[in-house]
Design a protein around this ligand. Sequence first.
Ligand code: COA
Length: 241
Amino acid sequence: MSAFEVIIYEKRDGIADITLNRPRALNAYNLKMRDELYEVLGAIKDDPEVEVVILHGAGEKAFCAGADLTEFLTAPSPVIARRARFERDVWGRFLSIEQPIIAAMHGYVLGSGLEMALCCDIRLASEDARFGLPEPGLGIIPAAGGSQTLPRTIGRAAALDILLSGRWIDAKEALRLKLVNRVLPRADLLPEAEKLAKKIKSHHSLAVKYAKQAVVRGLDLTLAEGLALETKLGKQMMALG
Ligand code: COA
């Protein structure tokens, strides 16, 4: 894997750690970050040593303040800037990862930042986290799955409230809406993510992958189909011994 410029990738003891690393720009998601995330997620997907992934942001102020607005401003239009994003299906890559992904979020979690977190499986937030989807205010709609993942996570009314009003919510409200699993003091955020990753990693790795698959794929199925999927995966596990 090549050296990265705007993310940091570390792998230790079966835990893959991805840091969004543009702290001076509040980890805004630019094309470079798109390419590097695409590459690293592809590597994680095929890496049998990785059992859990943690995603977080560098610096004091943000997990990610959304799409890089300077790229939007230098492109002929937000629509053209947006088109470039479709050249790599980073969100599809996120969703194709079999290992659980934990998002550990602090500070600003806006636009693509929130959409990235919504592609993760477990979301931990620090008390200072703020969430929002500013896209409609910029004359665009979310393009990283947010219009689909947010209502599937917090329901239609709450998702439309956040998306259409453009209002930001704090960590307490995010917890109430079940957008995040837990809210922690800032100093505890990464240690807690690490502790959770280690706990998951202590379990049978195939059982973890299959359990994730059963839940994630099952959500798009009828109950009968979901139960059939669970049975199929269970039998596959037994066959593998
Ligand atoms: N794209 C590019 N640069 C960004 C950015 C973004 N989305 N968000 C923040 N930055 C940059 C700022 O331009 C600033 O750079 P500078 O120091 O070179 O001037 C730096 O990050 C710090 O941001 P700043 O605005 O000074 O911090 P703040 O605490 O006063 O405000 C925000 C933080 C998040 C409220 C504000 O930066 C903001 O509104 N950002 C845009 C959010 C957004 O609309 N994202 C797009 C979603 S589609």
